[in-house]
Design a protein around this ligand. Structure first.
Ligand SMILES: [Zn+2]
Length: 243
């Protein structure tokens, strides 16, 4: 095979690798973000549980204040008793006292409810903390793995870019410029194989004489339909067998 064509194939391989590395690098931040959402979900559950506890404590304080207010109210009502003169006044005061007792009992029932809810919420908090801690551990491990992968890919990318640059320097600039023109027009795919007379870039038939020329490989040929550089791949029966 002609040396220029071999170099163009190597250039194409380097560019395809560069593209793969760039795409892999580009995907990593999104992969880390997706993993972070699992941890954030557990964090939200924990935060919600903590907020519920705070809410219950606020309700408990309010009920305690209400209970104190009713106790004061009761004390005031009882001080009126010695001053009562008529039966009417007496029964009015008794019904006031009864009403206060009913309120107190209602407040006490609510306090009990809040205390039970608080106890259960506080009991569950350690499970939420543990679930979050575990999820956070899983995330951090994944993040470290992905960051290490990014570093590795960056290094490989740099090496491949250097290899590409060295290759470009050995090639005749006219081949480089026509390679780059085709690559730009064809999504980075400038060199393709020829199989059974068909260009593997545009999948159209190549003129039989050109197929022969490409097989002989003494000159560099471009597809007459898509301008991609073509090279011959020997169809070996061994390659077709499963290994
Ligand atoms: Zn073609």
């Amino acid at each position: 095979m002609k040396k220029e064509l071999e170099q163009l194939i190597l250039l194409q391989n380097a560019d395809s690798e560069i593209l793969d590395f760039e795409q892999a690098l580009g995907r990593i931040p999104g992969q880390i973000d997706a993993a972070r959402s699992g941890m954030n979900g557990k964090k939200k559950q924990l935060d919600d549980a903590l907020a519920r506890i705070e809410d219950l404590k606020t309700r408990r304080r309010k009920l305690e204040q209400e209970a104190q207010a009713e106790a004061d109210h009761m004390a005031r009502a009882k001080t009126k008793l010695p001053a009562v003169k008529t039966n009417k006044e007496y029964s009015a005061l008794l019904s006031e006292i009864d009403a206060i007792k009913e309120k107190v009992s209602g407040v006490e029932d609510q306090e009990l409810e809040v205390m039970e809810a608080l106890e259960s919420a506080e009991g569950g908090i350690s499970a939420f903390k543990e679930a979050f801690r575990q999820e956070e551990g899983v995330f951090k491990e994944y993040e470290a793995k992905k960051n290490a992968e990014a570093e590795r890919v960056k290094k490989e990318l740099e090496q491949t870019r250097a290899r590409r640059q060295a290759l470009v320097e050995t090639l005749d600039p006219k081949w480089v410029s026509s390679y780059e023109k085709v690559a730009k027009a064809r999504d980075g795919q400038a060199v393709v194989s020829l199989k059974e007379g068909i260009c593997q870039g545009c999948f159209q038939y190549i003129l039989p004489q050109m197929v022969i020329d490409i097989k002989v490989g003494e000159q560099v040929h471009q597809c007459q339909h898509c301008s991609r550089f073509l090279y011959w791949v020997e169809e070996s029966p061994e390659n077709a067998l499963p290994k």
